[in-house]
Design a binder for this molecule. Structure first.
Ligand SMILES: Nc1nc2c(ncn2[C@@H]2O[C@H](COP(=O)(O)OP(=O)(O)O)[C@@H](O)[C@H]2O)c(=O)[nH]1
Ligand SMILES: [Mg+2]
Length: 400
């Protein structure tokens, strides 16, 4: 195994004494959302990962239901994130400050909702027909029937047969969304008693696992924690290279093995190494796509098993990374990974690239799994703890 530190490969055995870890009491979780930009980080993420689908172990079998849920493309290498372009109405908006950027990020979702709300409620009484149209709009926006019914009932109770403005409907909608998603607002909390605090990152291919690990590593490192990264997606060469670049930027060692190696073996060595070095945090990347569900489950469960041989309480967090652009497919993914390996929290990525940002609401309602953080872009500052109010107001296009 090789360990990469600031891009320089070193043999683990010849690594000498590690630097003492930073004070453990600093920054127990991701920084709270604020309008202050996080440490400047302007470099773009390399495109290699998006282009190179990496080697596969033999030919892929025909697509199955599992493949569709897991986002396996018709032909390898065809999956793409949609381009991140804000609609013209907000394109000029200053992209500074987290709340502003969140609002811009969610603008595809809010534009779709608002067009619908405006069309229904401009100079119109709140009658049965209008409420029915609103219900349909909300269900179509991926928010789920629960929130649709709540909003419709709340408006029926308070405003039936009165004139309502689109603005009032938006505000009522935001309040209902806040109520629903507040329950899952829960930052990823580190436990300083667990050293290292082991974070296993799972999710389908392309959901944003590697990028999220890079962002977390940089934020934790900048917050004074010592971080070790295990490049556990040994299925794709590009994933390893991508993590090495992130590790170099974050100033964190990245443990790697050649493509096709046993990921559980790597995870085991990484935990031993992180322990020896008295690292605060170990982040473990995983492959998102294997030949089938049994292979994927086998690999993830093996990783968990070997970690427990060293620390029976590890992994201390299992983060499921979900791509918001897949819409309702996120539900099936949540179910699969929850049943396969257990999930302690969700990171929802790419809320900036989709009109389906409402899926977070139905996910919260249906599964109640904590949402630890959301991603609204590819830069390190684009990952923050989930804030129910900011999200809800951004989703309907209101100021935070
Ligand atoms: N727009 C946007 N792109 C993201 C976000 N998170 C990840 N990505 C991009 O999604 C693509 C796949 O991410 P990657 O981390 O390689 O996914 P993995 O296969 O799960 O490890 C990359 O091009 C990332 O830059 C996000 O929050 N917003
Ligand atoms: Mg990856």
């Amino acid at each position: 195994m090789r360990i990469w530190r600031r891009g320089v490969p070193q043999d683990l055995s010849a690594d000498g004494d590690p630097a003492p870890p930073a004070a453990a009491e600093a920054v127990p979780s991701l920084p709270a959302p604020s309008d202050e930009p996080v440490a400047a980080f302007d470099a773009a993420v390399p495109e290699a990962e998006a282009k190179d689908d990496g080697p596969h172990f033999g030919a892929l079998p025909p697509r199955t239901w599992f493949d569709r849920v897991m986002g396996v493309p018709e032909a390898p290498g065809t999956e793409r994130s949609p381009p991140v372009v804000a609609p013209a109405s907000v394109a000029g908006e200053e992209r500074r400050g987290w709340f502003g950027r969140l609002r811009v990020g969610l603008s595809r979702s809010s534009a779709r909702l608002n067009e619908g709300i405006n069309a229904i409620f401009l100079r119109r009484r709140l009658d049965d027909a209008a409420l029915e149209e609103l219900d349909e709009l909300l269900v179509a926006s991926d928010m789920g029937m629960g929130v649709a019914d709540e909003v419709v009932q709340a408006l029926r109770r308070t405003r039936f047969n009165q004139e309502v403005t689109p603005e009032e409907v938006r505000t009522a909608l935001a309040e209902e969304v806040i109520k629903l998603v507040e329950r899952v607002q829960q930052p990823l909390r580190l436990d300083p008693a667990k050293k290292p605090f082991v974070i296993l990152v799972v999710g389908v291919n392309g959901s944003g696992k590697t990028t999220t690990i890079g962002k977390l590593a940089k934020q934790y490192h900048d917050g004074g924690h010592s971080v070790v990264i295990a490049a556990g997606d040994t299925f794709r060469a590009a994933a390893v290279e991508q993590l090495q670049v992130w590790g170099e930027r974050a100033g964190c060692p990245v443990l790697t093995r050649p493509t096709g190696s046993d990921a559980a073996g790597l995870a085991y060595e990484a935990l031993e190494k992180a322990r020896d070095e008295k690292a605060d945090i170990l982040l473990i990347d995983t492959a998102g796509r294997l030949h089938n569900k049994a292979d994927l489950m086998g690999e993830l469960q093996k990783i968990v098993r070997v970690l427990k041989k060293i620390d029976a309480s590890a992994p201390h967090a299992v983060l499921l990374v979900l791509d918001a652009t897949v819409g309702q497919n996120a539900h099936a993914q949540a179910e699969i990974f929850r049943d396969m390996v257990g999930v302690t929290g969700i990171v929802m990525t790419k809320l900036d690239g989709t009109a389906k940002g409402g899926v977070l609401v139905s996910l919260a309602e249906k599964y109640g799994i904590p949402i630890n953080a959301i991603g609204i872009g590819e830069g390190v500052e684009d990952l923050r703890p989930f804030d129910a109010r900011a999200y809800a107001r951004g989703l309907v296009g209101l100021e935070a």
